[in-house]
Design a binder for this molecule. Structure first.
Ligand code: SF4
Length: 262
């Protein structure tokens, strides 16, 4: 099916609550950026140069949601297109070796302490919903003396999106078959493991405000109308949507030495 649509600013409706939530989180978190509402109000018709196949049901990865909720990404179109259509993605050059080493080391630490730890594929889940399915894979789920903790290892700098990711895991993992068995109706805690320290996340942080923020973000990504594209040099550069599927893609390499200012 060929995707052809008009830009519609459906997501801007949700901005006030998202902003409030971000501010609340920024007080206890890594430095959160101020949420900037999208300013693109054009209704330009977009015609893709290659066909994209519509998914039978919207499928969302947890990390797509956490990137938007933590404001790592401003362009909601990336997640929307990936969730609703299948198309050949640009190859990622992300090197996961440091992360993989951290996960292995944490697993060994837990084992040495006598704790039951479940690693990556053991924790993979898909939660079915009315409008979409959501999938995720926490790095580690560990039972520390009866307290269930969902851990994610991060080899880079601290970001709000990391906290969002773990909070979504804390919300959804207990609903999965393996989560029900491991958690036994107990609300899990969360933990972010960085090279330079550990951040603990209390079960109480999965509160009404967070759930509403989560629902609103899911609604944007699973909407039948696409959010507007927000092209920027930085974001488009690392976006895995090829230009054939995003005519707005900012992919020009400008010569920044062409001036006489300094
Ligand atoms: S290429 Fe740019 S504008 Fe297009 S979806 Fe990706 S980030 Fe958004």
């Amino acid at each position: 099916m060929t995707l052809k649509h008009k830009r519609i600013l459906t997501d801007d409706i949700h901005q006030p609550l998202i902003t409030g939530f971000q501010e609340a989180f920024s007080q206890s978190q890594t430095s959160a950026t101020t949420y900037k509402p999208l300013s693109d109000t054009s209704s330009q018709e977009i015609q893709l140069t290659q066909p994209a196949k519509k998914r039978l049901k919207t499928y969302i990865w947890v990390t797509w949601l956490s990137s938007l909720m933590g404001e790592d990404k401003q362009c909601k179109y990336t997640a929307w297109l990936s969730a609703n259509y299948q198309f050949p993605k640009r190859e990622s050059d992300f090197d996961s070796s440091a992360h993989d080493r951290m996960v292995k080391q944490r697993a060994i630490q837990h084992k040495n302490q006598g704790f039951a730890a479940y690693i990556e594929d053991d924790n993979s889940f898909t939660i079915n919903g009315e409008t979409c399915d959501i999938g995720g894979k926490p790095d580690i789920v560990v039972n520390e003396n009866g307290q269930i903790i969902i851990e994610d290892c991060k080899s880079g700098k601290r970001k709000t999106s990391h906290r969002m990711q773990v909070l979504i895991y804390m919300l959804l993992f207990p609903l999965s078959p393996q989560g029900q068995q491991i958690c036994q109706r107990q609300a899990p805690s969360g933990r972010l493991v960085y090279p330079n320290g550990i951040v603990e996340i209390a079960p109480s942080e999965v509160n009404t405000e967070f759930k509403e923020f989560f629902r609103q973000t899911v609604a944007i990504v699973s909407s039948t109308t696409p959010p507007c594209q927000s092209p920027s040099h930085w974001e488009c550069r690392y976006c895995n949507v090829p230009s054939a599927y995003c005519p707005a893609k900012f992919d020009k390499e400008a010569n920044t030495e062409n001036h006489d200012l300094f």
